[in-house]
Design a protein around this ligand. Sequence first.
Ligand SMILES: Cc1cc2nc3c(=O)[nH]c(=O)nc-3n(C[C@H](O)[C@H](O)[C@H](O)COP(=O)(O)OP(=O)(O)OC[C@H]3O[C@@H](n4cnc5c(N)ncnc54)[C@H](O)[C@@H]3O)c2cc1C
Length: 402
Amino acid sequence: MLTTTPLQQQLDTQRDDRLRVVIAGAGVAGLTLAAMLRTQGLHPVLIERMPQMEHPGYMLALMPIVDAALRDIGAHDAYLASSTPLARYAFRSHRGKTLRSDDLGALLEVHGDYQGIDRGALIDVLTADGCPVSFGTTVTAVDDGRATFSTGEQASFDLLVAADGIHSRTRDLLDVGDVASLETGWSGWVTWSNVLGDDPTLGEELWGDGFFLGVYPVKDRLGVFLGGPSSDLSIGAAAFAAHARQAAPEIGPRLQAALDAVAADPDPYLWPLTDVRSERWVSGRAVLLGDAASGFLPTAGIGAGMAIESAWMLGRMLAHADRANLDALLAEWERVQKPRVESAQSNSRMLAKLMFRRGTAVAWLRETAARMMSVKSVIGPIIKLVAEQPDPDAVARRALGR
Ligand SMILES: Cc1cc2nc3c(=O)[nH]c(=O)nc-3n(C[C@H](O)[C@H](O)[C@H](O)COP(=O)(O)OP(=O)(O)OC[C@H]3O[C@@H](n4cnc5c(N)ncnc54)[C@H](O)[C@@H]3O)c2cc1C
């Protein structure tokens, strides 16, 4: 549970820590890192811009790369209890017919669990041991190891972590080089459907002609994503859902219920489909973490997984850190983790190029290819990342020449 705590109280509690860590952003990356550091007896100062946790919530499919982090913070059983296995994935034609269905769970089970979870439930899992946070607080200036907060306090830190998401403001205060963004020109609404259908472990996607519909199971419900070119979405969610229904008459009751849910939602959240990639992750004694470092398109369902992995790597490596050797550890963390994250991000970009297209001819071509290609080949680079997860302790020892 997140425990609202005055900033000064958090700063006082961490005063004698081996490392004084300030984390900006209580999303999945910031919360994972905070939990990892608490297992080492540290008291990371966690701040969050929102006045309280009131995120609209959405579904996350989490690859097995998150298992190690959840085990280290003692939350793996709670995670499994709060999520649902993603056993199968079905690919639909642009008219809605199921073209193929693959046993994704079996493909990944050799590496661990592949689960669907509501972001809010994941936050509960990550904070089950009690997590102090100061809401309504941001960092407004950083100068030579000192941070100024929006609430007026100032404090010295050994490490500042910008974990404040894809539009990170903390990143703007740091020297991290070029921050490039990929704009797809598409956006999408996210909502929930209670119609699970015959197989509650089945995720489905329909790559339409100028629209995209996906349903992804979490515990006891389905997350729904309906997207299209941003200029077409100005007609509103209900009208766009009706347009999708007309264009894909073969979708069947489960996806029809998903479109009904979009149409019935009075205020579905609209996500612009952009990403971001920072040239550097480390700037002196500050780092970028999660989407603030490499913000993901949701197309490969891997952004949160990589954010959790990066936080776990950093957290485990910081167990070897003191104020004197921190620079070497941060440099090695970036050297090992950044290429992994950017490889996953490239895979998401490649999928976006295939998915976010107009034109019936493109749709036919894509479907012909989909019949022949295996899921394994499409997300091959991601499976490779899952299979080759680094050992953070070995990376830390190498950084320190031990
Ligand atoms: C619709 C959708 C579906 C997705 N599906 C998947 C999926 O299936 N699988 C997957 O792995 N990934 C998925 N992703 C990607 C995933 O959600 C992100 O990669 C992940 O949440 C990044 O975590 P984060 O902690 O870095 O950022 P966030 O989760 O965005 O958290 C950032 C936090 O920082 C706070 N904040 C913002 N500004 C400040 C500030 N200045 N100071 C302090 N706090 C601040 C925010 O309020 C927020 O709480 C999806 C994303 C979307 C949008």
